[in-house]
Design a protein around this ligand. Structure first.
Ligand SMILES: [Zn+2]
Ligand SMILES: [Zn+2]
Length: 319
């Protein structure tokens, strides 16, 4: 009961941070699908009005929590460095949140992966003065029209020239900004084939991008190299990287720590194993969805981006 209660509190905190009531958040994505015919179109709409809140973490680092991917902000004499740039329609509220920290210009942007809820602001952030750094596959996917299946069912057009990362790397990259050492590390294909982590050494803060969703079922983008097994490998890598003192910024959900990474890994492994077992017995996708392999997590984990059947469908595809 204690564990369940704390899960519920975390969730409410996250929803409050996103500017939605719990009741609205539970139903908004489904409702928007009915209205617009797609979760991506719904996300554009939602991000245009969703509140973006600033949470101070440690040293000169904060996080912006809104409708899209979480943005880490490092401040100092070199100007602001951002990790991720939200959905394009969140620009007014992201700008306001950044200005509330201080008036320094944005000088650098790092993308954790290519998805629109993390790179949507690339063009305007670049125009504001930032150079963009990412994994080479982020540049590859932004440089051409890219289709995403699953419950997205959306073809993203070629990104504008200003949104394309000017510096890319393959495996590791280190930079020094605002008296901080940032260590960037490529995961093997996980959520996509472009995922990187960003570790702020002195502050002991890890931004995982979408390899970690704090109490939400993750999306898995098979079309650009993601898989359930890759997601689990990245979850293991994240656990190995942190201590109990590390602050962990997920791609989506509230800021957490090592225990939350372990829970995420355990949920993915449990559901993957159950779905794989049922598929091996010859069960069809509708039968596996009906068996509710994530029943004990669905109420908390299945009501924001992927509902339980969306997530089981993604797992079934990969086992
Ligand atoms: Zn995301
Ligand atoms: Zn993503």
């Amino acid at each position: 009961m204690v564990a369940e209660a704390s899960l519920e509190i975390s969730r409410r905190q996250f929803l409050a941070a996103g500017g939605m009531t719990a009741a609205a958040a539970c139903f908004a994505p489904r409702y928007l699908i009915a209205q617009t015919g797609g979760i991506v179109v719904g996300a554009f709409k939602e991000a245009a009005t969703a509140k973006v809140t600033v949470q101070t973490l440690r040293r000169n680092i904060s996080v912006l929590l809104g409708a899209g991917g979480n943005i880490a902000v490092l401040t100092g004499p070199d100007g602001k460095l951002l990790v991720d740039a939200e959905i394009v329609t969140a620009r007014p509220n992201v700008s306001k949140a950044l200005a509330s920290i201080n008036g320094d210009p944005i000088k650098q942007l790092i993308n954790t992966h290519w998805h629109f809820d993390h790179t949507g602001g690339n063009e305007w952030v670049h125009e504001a003065g930032a150079s963009i750094l990412a994994h080479e596959n982020t540049r590859k996917h932004l440089s051409k029209a890219t289709r995403v299946e699953g419950n997205w069912q959306y073809t993203f057009p070629v990104a504008p020239a200003g949104a394309i990362p000017s510096t890319v790397f393959q495996d590791e990259h280190t930079l020094h900004v605002n008296s901080t050492t940032l260590m960037l590390k490529y995961y093997s294909p996980a959520h996509t084939d472009s995922d990187i982590s960003v570790y702020f050494s002195e502050a002991d803060i890890l931004h995982t991008g979408d390899t970690f969703w704090n109490r939400d079922y993750p999306f898995i983008d098979y079309g650009t190299g993601g898989s359930i097994d890759g997601h689990i490998r990245a979850a293991e890598a994240n656990i190995a990287k942190v201590t109990d003192k590390t602050i962990v910024i997920p791609g989506h959900g509230a800021v957490g720590g090592k225990a939350d990474l372990i829970l995420f890994r355990d949920v993915l492994v449990e559901i993957r194993d159950k779905v794989a077992g049922l598929k091996k017995q010859g069960k069809s996708l509708p039968e596996v969805v009906a068996a509710k392999p994530g029943a004990r997590y669905d109420a908390v984990w299945g009501n924001l981006f992927q509902n339980p059947s969306d997530f089981v469908t993604l797992v079934y595809q990969g086992v």
